[in-house]
Design a protein around this ligand. Structure first.
Ligand code: ADP
Length: 395
């Protein structure tokens, strides 16, 4: 039996899906809270769901525990069944722009591009190296988050800096989460029975970005040259005045690497709340902890600010607003707070639909009176990657 394994290493998680040759999901799961005090290995196999708490100190260690768990639970009889492993990669830099096979050469390109996605690429690289160690015979591919944003117009991808330096160093907005924003564009069109849609996709997970979609194409997105830009995230600051960086470096005696670590790993929800990067932890304490509540308010405000800008960018009738990813799919409070901050449009959330946790791939959460329909669509990057991967070696 030949299987395709899809690995989606996020900033604090490894999502995995094991597909059959015919692209049916046979088992899936997620390793969450990697590098935090307690990790969770969630497993979904033959209708049985399991959550196993254990320390997951590194990505390498997480892969080790995953692979042995698959054999232990009978998900695979032997490692040789896994013929293909496909990795989602945030940004492969200038040399890796479309789907590529994992080779010594592409690994070295990926190593060169670690600083283009400093939170994700190191985890993805660690995952690739670990899986190569455990599954040396499997064919492996890399799939990039930047591809969907190739359609950004110059006016959206250009930073207002010195043109010569920007061109020389390829400094521009690349945009990320493209695999899922693309899926959301297609899925929304399917739901609304249209050829293509105008929509704003809000991919809100630990990392988070919004995408303005016109006629099914990305016309703007909130992440930039790296995934540090845009809205406030779990540990990333999102947009700040760039002058803040040298100022902090000077007064706190920090190196560039230390300053970037501060913005990528110690800011956002974690940095502002001083509690946690995980929004579930914030909900637990925000009743008594006013700083945690303030962090939440700042979080939803930053999302709403981008949402109204992107709604305004779309020319023509807007078909939908779509929430997706970890927080977008699960957090009714965040969705309601974001929508309540949009005053220029008459948007109305249906409280019951918004709070309903029992839905398959999508749900409508707006009332009939709402000026625009608002959906929650579960992220489906993995199926897209599986399709790409299975077609890759057929070519
Ligand atoms: P990434 O892939 O960037 O690591 P995810 O899309 O997996 O991020 O989202 C992780 C975030 O989703 C975490 O902050 C977590 O708190 C949140 N999350 C996950 N499950 C739930 C849930 N059931 N309720 C609320 N938030 C959730």
């Amino acid at each position: 039996m030949s299987k395709i394994l899809i690995i989606n290493a996020g900033s604090s998680s490894i999502k995995w899906n094991l597909f059959s040759e015919k692209l049916n999901v046979e088992a899936k799961g997620v390793a969450q809270r990697i590098k935090m005090a307690t990790g969770i290995l969630s497993l979904d196999f033959k209708g049985q769901k399991e959550d196993i708490e254990m320390p997951l100190p590194t990505f390498l260690d997480t892969v080790k525990k995953l692979v042995s768990l698959w054999k232990e639970r009978g998900i695979i009889a032997d490692f040789s069944e896994i013929k293909q492993v496909a990795f989602r990669i945030v940004n492969g830099g200038p040399n890796l722009q479309s789907t590529s096979e994992v080779t010594e050469k592409t690994i070295s390109y990926l190593k060169e591009s670690l600083d283009l996605a400093p939170v994700h690429n190191p985890g993805a690289l660690e995952a690739i190296l670990a899986f190569r160690e455990y599954l040396p015979k499997a064919k492996m591919t890399m799939h990039f988050d930047t591809s969907f944003h190739k359609t950004l117009p110059e006016i959206a991808y250009t930073y207002p800096i010195n043109k010569k330096i920007a061109s020389e160093l390829n400094v521009r907005k690349y945009g990320f989460h493209g695999l899922n924003h693309h899926y959301i564009a297609l899925k929304t069109a399917e739901i609304l029975n249209k050829k293509s849609v105008n929509a704003v996709s809000l991919h809100i997970g630990n990392g988070a970005s919004l995408c303005a979609i016109q006629d099914g194409k990305s016309i703007d997105t909130s992440m930039g040259f790296t995934p540090l830009a845009g809205i406030m995230m779990g540990t990333r600051s999102g947009d700040v005045d760039p002058s803040v960086i040298p100022y902090i470096m000077k007064h706190k005696n920090l190196t560039i690497d230390e300053a970037m670590k501060l913005l990528n790993e110690e800011s956002g929800m974690l940095g502002v709340s001083q509690v946690s990067s995980d929004i579930r932890d914030i909900h637990k304490v925000r009743g008594e902890n006013s700083q945690a509540q303030f962090a939440m308010n700042l979080y939803v405000t930053r999302i709403a600010d981008y949402l109204i800008t992107y709604l305004n960018k779309i020319e023509g009738k807007i078909d939908a607003i779509v929430f997706t990813a970890g927080i977008g799919e699960n957090d009714d409070y965040v969705r309601e707070q974001v929508i309540n901050k949009i005053h220029l449009l008459n948007l109305k959330i249906d409280k019951t639909a918004n709070e309903n946790r029992n839905f398959k791939d999508y749900k409508l959460i707006s009332t009939k009176e709402s000026e625009l329909p608002i959906f929650v669509i579960k992220a489906e990057e993995e199926m897209y990657i599986a399709k790409e991967a299975s077609e890759f070696f057929k070519k």
